[in-house]
Design a binder for this molecule. Structure first.
Ligand code: PLP
Length: 380
């Protein structure tokens, strides 16, 4: 079996599990406890925070651990927008993860916000001029993801955050899918807030982090005992934080070479799939895209049936985001890219981690051809 659904989740890396183990056993303490067991947990948490800060190029005090990407996005969108006295207007895109879109919707429905959703092109890119035109004197936050989870398009985040800053508007980016493939230095990206999640990177599900630049006010979303400097209450998931830090450290070493090699393998895979399935087309931007994602539409072919045929041939993939899988709705991302609903329903996304080799990928392309022909009733 070859697992090509890494955008949904990835297995925990052995080194990560080993780094977590002590904090689940001997050093199991509550970091707030004033005894030796608590203090060793607190040290583990502080070291993890320092490592995540190094990964993101920020100060440890700017890192808040969360229960994952969804919570990080909720905290960024609601927390920054509600604390910003500039007004009640938000700017985002139609291809964000539901964690951002539903947080925006919450602010619109319950807190009197207005939202401008900046359209994207067929390639999934946000046009900087359209983004600039959406900003208003009462805009409290702009949120644009670094890389899309369905089509893999990578946005020009540094350019967009610079535009937001010209207007004095804080800028958040969801980097959940970019983590492990792209450098996440917040100074280079120019962002004020950035969300990451452990389980796309070789850490377990249920841990993530939000970077928020020091001077940006943040209203907490989860209230309680005041952990995480009051930004996120709840007894800290020390083992999870250590896992995220370890996965981040592993992913940062040799990142550039790994990403370059993966991009070459991806391009060969895309070309082979298009040759195998002549009616297919790649979705997302042809070059500004994640090295580990290739998503296609197969007009006239039932995408769900292709997935089943692929699984029979030992290839595990997905129709799009794991959240949308199994739902009746066509992907909101593909609809926003301008695909008609019937075409959007034919999508198949292949996504993989750095452990997948070019040879393994190359072997998948003929299986895609066979699966498509089988569904089309032309053979296989
Ligand atoms: N943002 C993006 C772009 C994602 O792909 C995901 C997960 O699929 C999330 C946020 C949510 O992260 P989590 O699963 O850790 O809540």
């Amino acid at each position: 079996m070859i697992y090509l659904d890494a955008a949904a989740t990835s297995p925990v890396r052995r080194e990560v599990l080993e780094a977590m183990w002590p904090y689940l056993t001997g050093d199991f303490g509550n970091p707030s406890s004033h005894h030796a067991v608590g203090e060793s947990a607190a040290r583990g948490l502080a070291d993890a925070r320092a490592a995540v800060a190094e990964w993101l190029g920020c100060r440890p005090s700017e890192v808040t651990f969360t229960s994952g990407g969804t919570e990080a996005d909720n905290l960024a969108v609601k927390g920054i927008a509600l604390a910003n006295p500039r007004g009640r207007h938000l700017v985002t895109t139609p291809i964000e993860h539901e964690a951002v879109l539903e947080s925006v919707d919450h602010l619109v429905r319950l807190h009197g916000f207005e939202a401008t959703i900046v359209p994207v092109g067929r390639d999934g890119l946000v046009d900087p001029a359209a983004f600039a035109a959406a900003l208003r004197p009462d805009t409290t936050l702009a949120s644009v993801m670094l890389a899309n989870n369905e089509v893999g398009t990578v946005q020009p985040i540094a350019a967009l955050s610079a535009i937001a800053h010209e207007h004095g508007i804080p800028f958040h980016s969801d980097a959940v899918q970019a983590a492990g493939w792209l450098p996440l230095d917040v100074r280079t990206l120019g962002v004020d807030a950035l969300s990451v999640s452990g389980h796309k990177l070789g850490a377990p599900k249920g841990v993530g982090a939000l970077y928020v630049k020091g001077r940006i006010p943040l209203e907490p979303v989860i209230h309680g005992g005041g952990q995480e400097r009051g930004r996120r209450s709840g007894t800290e998931n020390v083992a999870g934080a250590v896992a995220l830090a370890t996965a981040a450290r592993l992913s940062a070493s040799g990142l550039e070479e790994r990403a370059t090699a993966a991009a070459a393998a991806r391009d060969a895979f895309v070309a082979a799939v298009l040759a195998e399935a002549p009616g297919a087309s790649l979705t997302g931007h042809p070059t500004s895209r994640l090295p580990g994602t290739a998503s296609f539409v197969f007009p006239g072919i039932n995408g769900e049936a292709v997935l089943l045929e692929l699984e029979r041939r030992g290839v595990v993939s997905s129709s799009g985001s794991a959240c949308a899988a199994g739902s009746e709705d066509a992907s909101h991302v593909l609809l926003a890219l301008g695909y008609p609903e019937d075409v959007a329903r034919t999508a198949v996304r292949f996504s993989w981690g750095p452990e997948v080799t070019a040879e393994q990928l190359a072997a998948v392309a003929p299986a895609v051809g066979e699966a498509v022909r089988a569904v089309a009733g032309l053979g296989g």
